[in-house]
Design a binder for this molecule. Structure first.
Ligand code: FES
Ligand SMILES: [Fe+2]
Length: 417
C-alpha cells in the first residue's frame, strides 16, 4: 500500500514532475518507422506534451511541438519537404533540431540570415530495429541502447501498438508479476473455452535486480529449479519495458491517464529459409475494444490490458493489499523512489549508458537465445506446443492485418491461412 502522495510520485509524468523528469532521461520507443512511410506526419502525445512526429523527404525523422511558434497553428497539418516540416498557415519551415529555416514573407521583404527566437520545441529521434525512439530529457542525450535481439538476423519482426486508457505504471507493474500468467492467461483462457481445468500452480518465486531491470524466476507444478524459468527467468526491463525472450513490450506514457503500448516481436525463420532479410518492419495498431463496448479478451496482451485498465485510470494504491507474490512490485517501486532521489540530487539514474561501446548488442537474460540465433527446423517448430501455435496464429494481440500474416507465412515457409 502506498500513500496518495507516493502514488502520485510514481504515476505523474507531465513536464516538471519527478517521474516525468526521470522517464525523460531514457530513450522511449514511440512507434514504427514504417508508419511514416505511408503518412510522413503524425500527431503524437507523449508524457503530457502534444507533439508531431515526421519524416522529411531526405529520410530524417523529427519530433516537434504540435503548435507552430509563429501563431500557434497545428503542425500536424504541415507538410514535409527535402529538409524539415513546413507549417501550412504561413509556410514557416523547421528542421529536426527545431531551428526555423524559412519564413517566406519575411525572407522576401527583409531577408535576415538569423531566425533566432523562432525555434520550435524539438526532440531527437532515432530509428533502431524498425522502432522510432525519442529522447525528451536534458542534453546531451545518452546512448540509445541496442538490445541484443535487435541485432539478430533471419527473423520476421513486427511492431504492434495499442492505445490504452490508463496510467503507464500499472502496465509496468504487470512486467514483474509472474502469478498473473497462471490466472489471467492460462486459467482464464481455459474458462473462455469452457474448460474448468487449472494450469500448473506457481510454487516458488524469486526476484532479482541487475543493471537494466529485474528478473523474475518461478517454479510451477511440473517444473524444477533446472528449468530456464528458474535459471534464467524473464526481464522487467528498466524503466518501462518487459522482455520475454521473443518479444519486448514498452509502456510509454501518453499522459497521466493514457499509455501507448509498444511491442516488438521476433521469430527466427526455420532452418533452410535463410537468408531472410526484412526490408521494413511492419507496424500495426491493435484494437482493444469490441463492437459491444467491452474490452477484447481473446489475445494475451489484450488480456493484460483488461487488467491494466480495470485498475482504474490511475490505480489507487492506497487501497491495495500486497502479498508475497508482489515482492517484485515492491522492489521495483522502491527502485523508482531511489532513482527519483538520485536525479533530484544531480546523479545519473539507473541504466543510463554514456559509453557508445557499452550500448552495442546488450545481452539480457534470455530463455530462448539459441533458438532465436541458431534456428530450428520447421519440423521442430511443429513439435513444440508454443511455437506450433505461434506459427498457426498471432496470439499476442488482436487484429493482425492479413498482409502482415501473409508476410510472416512467406518468411516462415508456411500457408497463410
Ligand atoms: S502559424 Fe505557422 S507559419 Fe504562421
Ligand atoms: Fe500478461
Amino acid at each position: 500500500m502506498l500513500t496518495a502522495a507516493r502514488n502520485d510520485l510514481l504515476t505523474r509524468v507531465g513536464p516538471g514532475t519527478p517521474m516525468g523528469d526521470l522517464l525523460r532521461r531514457y530513450w522511449q520507443p514511440i512507434g514504427g518507422a514504417s508508419e511514416l512511410s505511408q503518412n510522413p506526419v503524425k500527431p503524437i502525445r507523449l508524457m503530457g506534451e502534444n507533439l508531431v512526429l515526421y519524416k522529411d523527404r531526405s529520410g530524417t525523422f523529427g519530433l516537434v511541438d504540435r503548435h507552430c511558434p509563429h501563431r500557434r497553428a497545428d503542425m500536424s497539418y504541415g507538410w514535409v519537404e527535402d529538409s524539415g516540416i513546413r507549417c501550412s498557415y504561413h509556410g514557416w519551415r523547421y528542421d529536426e533540431t527545431g531551428a526555423c529555416i524559412e519564413q517566406p514573407y519575411e525572407d522576401t521583404v527583409s531577408p535576415k540570415p538569423s531566425k533566432a527566437g523562432c525555434e520550435i520545441k524539438a526532440y531527437p529521434v532515432r530509428e533502431m530495429a524498425g522502432l522510432l525512439w525519442a529522447y525528451m530529457g536534458p542534453l546531451p542525450a545518452p546512448e540509445l541502447p541496442e538490445w541484443e535481439p535487435f541485432t539478430w538476423k533471419n527473423g520476421f519482426r513486427e511492431i504492434v501498438l495499442a492505445d490504452v486508457p490508463c496510467n503507464w505504471f500499472q502496465a509496468q507493474e504487470n512486467s514483474i508479476d509472474p502469478v498473473h500468467f497462471e490466472w489471467m492467461h492460462d486459467n482464464w483462457s481455459n474458462r473462455m473455452k469452457g474448460d474448468d481445468g487449472n494450469a500448473p500452480k506457481h510454487l516458488k518465486l524469486k526476484f532479482e535486480e541487475f543493471e537494466h531491470g529485474f528478473t523474475y524466476k518461478r517454479v510451477r507444478e511440473g517444473q524444477s529449479e533446472e528449468d530456464r524459468y528458474w535459471t534464467v527467468g524473464r526481464v522487467a526491463l528498466w524503466p518501462n519495458g518487459f522482455y520475454l525472450g521473443r518479444h519486448f513490450e514498452w509502456r510509454v506514457p501518453v499522459d497521466d491517464e493514457n499509455t501507448l503500448s509498444v511491442a516488438w516481436f521476433f521469430v527466427r525463420v526455420p532452418k533452410g529459409r535463410e537468408p531472410y532479410v526484412q526490408n521494413a518492419v511492419p507496424t500495426w495498431k491493435s484494437p482493444i475494444k469490441g463492437d459491444d463496448g467491452r474490452w477484447i479478451t481473446s489475445h494475451v496482451i489484450n488480456q493484460d490490458i483488461v487488467a491494466w485498465v480495470g485498475q482504474g485510470a490511475i490505480a489507487d494504491r492506497t487501497k491495495e493489499h500486497l502479498r508475497s507474490s508482489d515482492i517484485g512490485i515492491t522492489m521495483m517501486r522502491n527502485r523508482f523512489f531511489e532513482e527519483l532521489e538520485a536525479i533530484a540530487a544531480g546523479r545519473e539514474p539507473k541504466g543510463v549508458i554514456r559509453d557508445p561501446k557499452r550500448a552495442r548488442a546488450i545481452e539480457l537474460p534470455d530463455m530462448a537465445r539459441e533458438l532465436n540465433t541458431g534456428g530450428i527446423t520447421l519440423a521442430e517448430f511443429q513439435n513444440d506446443p508454443l511455437l506450433r501455435q505461434r506459427l498457426r496464429e498471432f496470439r499476442h494481440h488482436y487484429g493482425q492485418p492479413p498482409e502482415v500474416r501473409a508476410a510472416f507465412a512467406e518468411a516462415m515457409g508456411i500457408s497463410a491461412s
